[in-house]
Ligand binder design. Structure first.
Ligand code: NI
Length: 157
């Protein structure tokens, strides 16, 4: 496994749309492992492949609970319920945090790393993470939707 370079604010790739994954091969498995390692290295809750410069519809999420890292390939949000104001950050925007509106619950469909199509019903932080990462696949970042006046700069080291 390897830590990949993060693409940061200002990098044009972050506004590009990612492509569907068609084949789950060894190369994709390596990409997934590297994404998980990179997310953990920077203590992120989620990472989309575009954030390491790969325009594929792959996201990883880890809430650091007993479920371990989740891998979602070609995720699609089928349903959302409710809306609330949440604090958000992004590994591509180090030290920037702001409030955004996110659904309270989502139902999403995705392919797991074994190629099986799965469905997940998520709420709160997991729902937020899925929405944030799926936005990345569409070339959208949380800074595009922050609530006015809520941007904060926090030094983390
Ligand atoms: Ni992000």
């Amino acid at each position: 496994m390897a830590i990949r370079n993060l693409r940061l604010e200002g990098d044009q790739i972050l506004s590009k749309k990612s492509r569907e994954v068609e084949i789950i091969d060894d190369k994709l498995q390596i990409l997934i492992d590297d994404m998980i390692e990179t997310m953990h290295k920077y203590n992120g809750v989620g990472l989309a492949a575009v954030q390491i410069g790969i325009l594929k519809r792959v996201i990883v999420i880890d809430l650091y609970d007993d479920k371990g890292p989740l891998v979602l390939i070609n995720p699609v949000i089928l349903k959302t319920k409710g809306e609330h104001e949440v604090d958000e950050g992004c590994l591509s925007f180090p030290n920037k945090f702001a409030k955004v509106l996110r659904p309270e619950e989502v139902v999403a469909e995705y392919t797991d790393r074994n190629g099986k199509r799965m469905k997940v019903k998520a709420k709160d932080l997991l729902a937020q993470a899925i929405c944030h990462e799926v936005d990345h696949l569409e070339g959208q970042v949380f800074m595009d939707k922050i609530l006015p006046g809520t941007l904060e700069y926090v030094d983390q080291d």
